[in-house]
Design a protein around this ligand. Structure first.
Ligand code: ZN
Length: 297
């Protein structure tokens, strides 16, 4: 039992839950990993972890989705329809809050990552930033004027439409809903199905040039729709050496100088506009802890 108040966070992923406790400055003092099995087992594992790290003041959860974030909804804090066995309509928030008796802050995993980077990472000091994750799927989290972006639900930017030149790329797309949406063309799953190997093993320059083309369109759509001061691109696919440089170069050309802001008229300014997460793989858990701190009593 600690003598100082602790703040908990969970990065609730589809294969594992990363649990962490931090001090009031956000410094992580303990972490634990729980495999994602059934909701009952996984939540019980998380509760045991936090019961060993008390006194806990708040808990924040950044979860895989889709998840109901409408606080007025009877199913607030529930996972919504998901193909993940056992998790459709599972209540994540109330069992944690009831067992640990703390306020629980909740958001999507990618909004948590956006918040982590905005508070402690590559988005520090800016009002509006976007965090795009390019992994098995593609997701967007955004902080707009210091607040996480919500609305009808949460952003589902992975499903926007981008130009698909079928003479250059005959792959029909991997999205079960839309085929060749952004996620259907540019996610790790799309790359695996198009090229027959996982993105991390892929070194064909043509494959990465095509990936940069699609992500550059995503960057420009984000720029025009949201006007972020910085775009952070994380996720496993985005770790490929040289990819972000190609994305910046192509996005600069696509912008064609409009509007006349420095990032779109000066190639070197683009380097500071489209960046990697400075917290590396810790963006999500850092943001989850912050989500909890934001509902401090
Ligand atoms: Zn789609």
């Amino acid at each position: 039992m600690s003598t100082t108040p602790l703040y908990g966070g969970i990065e609730a992923g589809g294969t594992k839950w990363i649990c962490a406790v931090a001090d009031a400055h956000g410094h992580v003092v303990a972490t634990g990993v729980i495999p994602t099995t059934t909701p009952q087992e996984t939540i019980a594992g998380a509760v045991r972890f936090f019961q060993d790290h008390r006194p806990l003041t708040t808990l924040g959860v950044g979860t895989f989705g889709p998840v109901d974030l409408r606080t007025s909804s009877p199913t607030y804090g529930h996972i919504m329809a998901t193909p993940k066995p056992g998790w459709a309509y599972a209540d994540v928030v109330s069992p944690l809050g009831a067992a640990l008796r703390v306020p629980v802050g909740l958001d999507t995993d990618v909004n948590a990552a956006a918040l982590g980077e905005w508070r402690h990472g590559a988005g520090r000091g800016r009002k509006t930033i976007a965090y795009l994750t390019v992994g098995t799927g593609i997701g967007l989290g955004a902080v707009a004027n210091g607040r996480l972006l919500h609305g009808l639900l949460h952003p589902e930017f992975g499903h926007i439409r981008i130009p698909h030149d079928r003479t250059r790329d005959a792959f029909a797309g991997s999205c079960p809903f839309h085929g060749d949406c952004l996620e259907g063309l540019a996610s790790g799953e799309a790359m695996r199905r198009r090229w027959g190997q996982r993105a991390e093993n892929l070194d064909d320059p043509m494959a990465w040039e095509l990936e940069a083309e699609y992500l550059a369109h995503a960057v420009m759509n984000l720029t025009y729709a949201l006007s972020p001061e910085r775009i952070i691109i994380g996720g496993g696919v985005a770790k490929h050496a040289g990819l972000l440089a190609q994305v910046r170069a192509r996005a600069f050309d696509l912008a064609a100088g409009y509007p006349a802001t420095s990032v779109l008229t000066d190639r070197s300014a683009m380097d500071a506009y489209v960046v990697s997460p400075s917290l590396g793989d810790r963006s999500g858990i850092t943001g989850a802890i912050e989500l909890g701190m934001r509902c401090r009593p």
